[in-house]
Design a protein around this ligand. Structure first.
Ligand SMILES: Cc1ncc(COP(=O)(O)O)c(C=O)c1O
Length: 386
């Protein structure tokens, strides 16, 4: 049987293979990469969550391709900024939202531009829809910046959209107000849509004054804008499987109509997720507060342990759940991460997993339970001793 060329080879990367070996041997791993909030020791209001998911409405099948009006109204009011239920379409996850948008915007072989470094899933999400995700390198100068000249120069007649993450994963970079103006102007000029993934927008840690806190602050962008988010980060409930797309700018109503046609082919959002959305969003602020406290605690630990180690530093964490640790690039980050795992049982991600340019960056999850974070970090810094 011949399988689609869109699929990857099945070889695991060397780090995943080493991790599988360690776990098969029953060795303890100090994992500093975890991003599953349900495994990070947060205190969830279990009774309320279970009650929300068991609402009587889940007994009826009453499909609406855009998602139930009550869930959309709750999401619109949660976001504010003049968002209306009619501006939204529900999906089973943010990842699924990308799939629908790529189907909406491109034909096979078309391209989307993705400022890099960024979340590695885009390459696959685009490829599975027959599109090509073209990375365009951002640059670091005191903070991360989009290379707007390089973005414009990368536009071809096959380019359909630009995808940005605000704040970005794993660099934590928020778009600045001026980047927003330039980016939406570029997209308008070149006939492109702009996808803005804001799953981490609630997690500003060291936000710069000129940041664009959310693309929803712009009610009338000059290009079509699709803002993506979901309960997976907003309410740290990835297992509920509820995401959404907010459409703004030219042709938003027509885009939503076509997205509804696409969503209608799957109707993948469960009745329980939709019925529970208003109650779960009401719990979101308290859950986010726990996460923000965790992120600040781990960042403070990182700074404390880095003090007096001039060969190491961290980049600013404007927002999000990750910190980038800079180390002397005496060997490849991938080789270092593998050695660290095999010799000390500590798991970190090499920067290359997120297309950080060159070597010298390790990615740490600030969501890690503080004890494990402190212990793993101490072992990591020991391994990085010159
Ligand atoms: C930037 C970004 N977008 C989207 C997702 C996926 O979110 P969801 O669970 O809603 O598919 C993630 C998951 O980590 C992410 O980091």
């Amino acid at each position: 049987m011949r399988l689609s060329s869109r699929l990857p080879g099945l070889e695991p990367n060397a780090l995943s293979a080493a991790l599988a070996t360690l776990r098969a041997e029953g060795r303890e791993v100090l994992d500093l990469t975890g991003s599953n909030p349900t495994c990070c020791g947060f205190s969830y209001p279990e009774a309320e969550i279970l009650a929300a998911l068991a609402a009587p409405a889940v007994l009826a099948y009453d499909p609406d391709a855009r998602g139930s009006a009550s869930a959309r109204a709750a999401i619109a009011s949660h976001h504010g900024h003049g968002l209306r239920a009619d501006d939204l379409l529900l999906t089973a996850s943010t990842s699924e939202a990308y799939g629908l948008l790529f189907k909406l915007l491109g034909d096979p072989g078309d391209e989307v531009l993705v400022p890099s470094p960024s979340y590695p899933l885009f390459e696959w999400l685009a490829r599975l829809e027959g599109l090509v995700a073209r990375p365009v390198q951002s640059y670091f100068h005191d903070r991360w910046h989009l290379d707007l000249g390089a973005l414009e120069a990368s536009v071809t007649e096959r380019t359909r959209a630009v995808v940005v993450v605000n704040p970005n994963n794993p660099t934590g970079h928020f778009l600045s107000q001026s980047e927003w103006t330039a980016l939406t102007g570029l997209c308008a000029r070149r006939g492109l849509a702009l996808l803005v993934d804001e799953v981490f927008a609630d997690y500003a840690l060291e936000p710069p004054a000129d940041r664009l806190a959310t693309a929803l602050l712009d009610p009338t962008p000059p290009c079509p804008v699709f803002v993506l988010s979901g309960l997976s980060k907003v309410a740290i409930l990835p297992q509920v499987k509820l995401g959404w797309i907010a459409a703004r700018g030219p042709d938003a109503a027509a885009s939503l109509e076509s997205l509804a046609f696409l969503a209608d082919q799957y109707l993948s959002v469960s009745a329980s997720a939709q019925a529970a959305a208003p109650a779960l969003l009401a719990l979101a602020l308290a859950l986010q507060e726990q996460v923000r406290t965790r992120l600040h605690t781990n960042l403070a630990t990182l700074d404390r342990l880095l003090a007096g180690l001039p060969h190491l530093s961290r980049l600013p964490v404007e927002g999000g759940w990750s910190a980038l640790l800079r180390r002397p690039a005496v060997d490849s980050d991938q080789a270092f991460a593998q050695r660290l795992l095999e010799t000390r049982g500590v798991l970190v991600h090499p920067g290359s997993f997120f297309d950080l340019p060159g070597d010298g960056h390790l990615v740490l999850s600030l969501l890690t339970p503080p004890n494990r974070f402190g212990q793993g970090l101490a072992a990591l810094l020991e391994a990085l001793r010159p």
